[in-house]
Ligand binder design. Structure first.
Ligand SMILES: [Zn+2]
Length: 343
């Protein structure tokens, strides 16, 4: 078994992934047709060509156009089931998926209807493919602080938590929308036992990451890759064991870095910053979780051992209950050992 075969076979975890950004083009076309929604392209090839982003704002425009094709709870059930299947075929065993209720609905009742569909798709995917799925509802930063409070309250209910909500996410455009905007919402969720898992340091640099940590009390950061610009922050992440959820292809597609020569993952890893590898919006970036794992070894020049460590670190920082986390860590380590004997 060579390195590539090993990476394909290894058990995986995915913590930074968006439900709406994971819709395969085939499913998107099917939904758009069913719901009478006009997209700029009507073929898979056309959609792939559409996913060429000028900048982050252009990406958000296309993301919102994709979301317009989602209209009923059944649509959400379909995309959730399909995502579970896609991940399971890559031997992904556990995922925490972000979705953005405020893009699709305005009231608690509508959030619940959509979440009913998501949970239905999740149940079927878990039964059929054995993957475990949990949820990180998020607020888009362009929305108001009051909307953030509303989402935080909704996800803090016992019912939401029982149905697999594990964290409060913050996403969308960073420029002009600092973490402080959702300080109250994050505190509200935290007081109810729901941690904050924001995006930070993708389009705005270290300042945004610092504020995610100090203002939102985040212990896991989506992206966080631009921490490299501030040595003090790099040390802080390592010393306080704060995990960054790294998505290499996403960062290249959205011009956060021009290419792998400049990509700082190896330097961050050398400084002891814990990280996990993720795919963000895989079809939109023409990638998969397996491809991202491959990039880490083949293009970022990290070792297989470092990649394995990143998978175990992802599990350690996951929002799984302690018992389940322990069992999964043991299962993954045993499988790494078994696969090693086949190399
Ligand atoms: Zn993301």
């Amino acid at each position: 078994m060579n390195v590539e075969q090993y990476i394909r076979a290894m058990p995986k975890v995915e913590l930074h992934l968006h439900l709406e950004g994971s819709i395969r083009p085939e499913i998107l076309l099917q939904l758009a047709r069913k719901n009478g929604v006009a997209l700029p392209y009507e073929t898979v090839e056309g959609l792939r060509g559409w996913y060429q982003f000028r900048d982050f704002d252009h990406f958000v425009d296309i993301y919102l156009a994709i979301c317009s094709a989602l209209q009923s709870p059944e649509d959400f059930a379909l995309i959730t089931y399909d995502l579970g299947k896609t991940l399971a075929t890559q031997n992904c065993r556990y995922t925490e998926v972000t979705w953005t209720p405020g893009i699709h609905a305005k009231t608690y009742e509508d959030y619940l209807r959509i979440f009913d569909g998501i949970v239905d798709g999740q149940r079927r995917a878990e039964e059929e493919f054995g993957i475990e799925m949990r949820w990180i509802p998020d607020v888009a930063r362009q929305f108001s602080p009051e909307h953030g409070d509303m989402i935080a309250r909704w996800i803090s209910t016992p019912e939401s938590k029982q149905r697999g909500v594990v964290a409060f996410g913050i996403g969308g455009p960073e420029v002009g929308h600092p973490p402080e905007k959702f300080e109250w919402a994050a505190a509200l969720a935290a007081n109810n036992g729901v941690p904050c898992n924001p995006h930070a340091g993708e389009t705005v640099g270290p300042r945004s990451i610092w504020n995610a940590i100090l203002v939102l009390n985040a212990r896991r950061i989506k992206h966080g890759i631009r921490a490299i610009e501030d040595p003090e922050l790099v040390d802080y992440l390592a010393q306080h064991n704060i995990l960054i959820e790294v998505c290499p292809t996403s960062n290249l597609c959205l011009s956060v870095y021009p290419g792998y020569d400049d990509y700082p993952l190896k330097a961050l890893a050398a400084k002891g910053v814990p990280f996990t590898v993720s795919s963000d919006d895989p079809p939109m970036f023409n990638t998969t979780l397996t491809d991202e794992y491959l990039h880490v070894v083949q293009d970022c020049e990290l070792s297989l051992e470092q990649l394995e460590q990143s998978v175990l670190d992802g599990l350690r920082h996951s929002y799984l209950p302690d018992e389940r986390k322990k069992a999964m860590l043991t299962e993954f380590q045993a499988e790494f050992n078994r696969l090693r004997t086949e190399t």
